[in-house]
Design a protein around this ligand. Structure first.
Ligand SMILES: [Zn+2]
Length: 445
C-alpha cells in the first residue's frame, strides 16, 4: 500500500489523499484552500477557473498523480463530509477523472451537486449516495469502502475505512466524538472498536486541536451557551441578529428552537445559509424549515432589511458574516450598503469562532470595531469546536490500533502534537508515525 499526501499536509484546507493498492488508486477528499479563494474574491475574480485556482493554490495540486502515473488508475473518489475544504475542489478537478465514481453520504452528495450547479459544469461521473455505517464494493477492484458515522459540525460526516487485500486504510478528517449531540447519532464507536482487530495499516488523522488536552465540549454545551446569550437579550424593541457557520445544521436547529421562544419572526439571510438549509431539506434533515423564512437575492434582502429597520422588535435575523467576510450580510450592513442600520442596544450573537487566518482575524476585528462603536451588544464565541482534542485522538488510536499514523489538516506546528500523542502509544517518528509534505509518497506496510 502506498499513500500520496496530495494536499492539506502543510495547511488547513485543500485536503486530498490518494492511496494505491496493487494497480488501483483511491482518492479521499478534494477541498478548497479558503485563503486562496478569498484572494481571488478580493481581486474581483468571482468566476473561478482551474487555472486561477491553481495560481493561488486554492485547490490541491493533483498533478503529482500524473507524475506518479496514478491518475488513470483512480477507481473511486470518497468524500468524507460537506465542508468546502473537503469537497470544494472536486467540481474543478473531477473532469481529470472521467467516469470515476464519487461516493458520499446524502448531505455531502446534495452539497456536491449544488456546487456542481454553481460552477455550471456537466458532470457525467456516477455519484453514489451511501448511507452512514454502510459498506460498498468498489467495482473493478478487490476493495470495499465503509462510511462510519461521526459527529463534527455539519450533517452526515464520516470516518472512512478502505478494506484492501493488504489490510485497511483509515481516513479520519474531520471528527469529534461528541458524547452529547443535540441532533442525530453519536459517533459509531462500537464499529471503531471492532476495527482494532481488523488490521488497520494506516490512519490519516485530523490535527487541528491535537495540541489541546481538554475536551472541546459537546453540542449540548453549545446549546447552553446559546440559551444564556438569548436570555440576556431583553429589549423587545431592538434588533436581534445571530450568525453562525452556514453548514452547521445542528447549531442552526438549536438557534431556531431558542428563537421561536422570542415570538419574533425568524428570517435567514444570505446565499450560503440558504444553500445548506436547502440541501438539508432535500435529504429530510431540516426540522426547522417550516419555522423560518429565507431570502437569498440582494434586492429581496434589502427590501426586507428596510422593514427590519422600521420594525426592529418584530424579527430575529439569522445571517452570514461571522468571519466579517466581504460581501456577507453583516459586512454589507457595517459598510452601510443596506437600508438597515445597527443602533445602540441592538444585539448580535456570534455562534462561531474566528478561523485563525490573517484575513479572517483582520476582517472580524474591523467588523467588531464598527459594530461596537455603534453600541451594538456583541456576544462572541458562543460556540464549541467540531474538531476533537487530544483525548479524542487517544480514544481513536486505542480503538483502531493502526500500524502507522499520519497527521493531516494542519501546518507543521499543528501536526507535531499528534506525533507526540502517537509517541505515547509507541509510534516512532519516521518509522510508524510520519510528518509529510504535500505531494510526497509513503510506503505503508
Ligand atoms: Zn470539516
Amino acid at each position: 500500500m502506498e499513500m500520496c499526501s496530495v494536499g492539506g499536509y502543510e495547511e488547513v484546507g485543500k485536503n486530498m489523499t490518494a492511496v494505491k493498492v496493487g494497480e488501483d488508486v483511491f482518492i479521499f477528499d478534494c477541498g478548497f484552500y479558503l485563503p486562496g479563494i478569498i484572494e481571488l474574491q478580493e481581486h474581483g475574480e468571482q468566476n473561478y477557473t482551474l487555472s486561477s485556482l491553481r495560481r493561488v493554490g486554492g485547490v490541491p495540486d493533483d498533478r503529482v498523480l500524473d507524475k506518479l502515473g496514478w491518475t488513470k488508475k483512480v477507481k473511486a473518489i470518497f468524500i468524507s463530509h460537506a465542508h468546502l475544504d473537503h469537497v470544494g475542489g472536486l467540481s474543478f478537478l473531477i473532469h481529470r477523472y472521467p467516469n470515476v465514481p464519487v461516493y458520499a453520504t446524502p448531505f455531502t452528495v446534495a452539497v456536491f451537486k449544488s456546487l456542481i450547479s454553481d460552477v455550471g459544469i456537466n458532470v457525467t461521473n456516477p455519484i453514489k449516495t451511501v448511507q452512514s455505517n454502510s459498506v460498498s464494493k468498489i467495482k473493478g477492484t478487490n476493495c470495499e469502502i465503509e462510511f462510519i458515522h461521526t459527529t463534527h459540525s455539519t450533517l452526515d460526516c464520516s470516518l472512512i475505512s478502505l478494506s484492501t487485500p493488504e489490510g485497511k486504510f483509515f481516513y479520519s478528517l474531520d471528527s469529534k466524538f461528541d458524547d452529547a449531540p443535540t441532533f442525530g447519532e453519536k459517533t459509531n464507536e462500537k464499529r471503531l472498536k471492532e476495527l482494532g482487530s481488523e488490521n488497520v495499516i494506516a490512519a490519516v488523522m485530523d490535527t487541528l486541536y491535537a495540541s489541546k488536552e481538554t475536551s472541546n465540549g459537546t453540542e449540548t454545551d453549545a446549546k447552553k451557551m446559546l440559551e444564556e446569550a438569548f436570555s440576556k437579550v431583553k429589549d423587545k424593541n431592538s434588533a436581534f441578529f445571530v450568525t453562525t457557520f452556514s453548514s452547521h445544521i445542528e447549531r442552526l436547529n438549536n438557534i431556531v428552537n431558542l428563537a421561536k421562544k422570542t415570538k419574533r419572526e425568524i428570517v435567514f439571510l444570505g446565499r450560503s445559509l440558504i444553500k445548506y438549509v436547502d440541501c438539508a431539506t432535500k435529504i429530510g434533515k431540516c426540522p426547522f424549515r417550516k419555522d423560518i423564512k429565507m431570502m437569498k437575492y440582494r434586492r429581496q434582502i434589502n427590501s426586507f432589511l428596510s422593514k427590519v429597520n422600521k420594525d426592529r422588535g418584530r424579527y430575529l435575523v439569522v445571517c452570514t458574516g461571522h468571519q466579517g467576510e466581504e460581501g456577507s450580510i453583516l459586512e454589507r450592513i457595517s459598510r452601510e450598503q443596506t437600508p438597515f442600520q445597527f443602533r445602540s442596544g441592538d444585539s448580535l450573537i456570534f455562534s462561531s469562532s474566528v478561523i485563525p487566518t490573517e484575513v479572517n482575524i483582520a476582517s472580524r476585528a474591523k467588523l467588531d470595531k464598527k459594530l461596537e462603536s455603534l453600541g451594538v451588544v456583541l456576544y462572541k464565541n458562543v460556540h464549541v469546536h467540531g474538531h476533537g482534542s487530544q483525548e479524542n485522538k487517544k480514544r481513536l488510536l486505542n480503538y483502531i490500533k493502526p500500524k502507522h499514523v499520519i497527521p493531516a489538516h494542519g501546518n507543521r506546528d499543528q501536526e507535531k502534537p499528534l506525533i507526540e500523542v502517537a509517541r505515547e502509544f509507541g509510534f516512532e517518528l519516521g518509522k510508524t508515525s510520519h510528518l509529510v509534505l504535500n505531494g510526497e509518497v509513503l510506503k505503508l506496510n
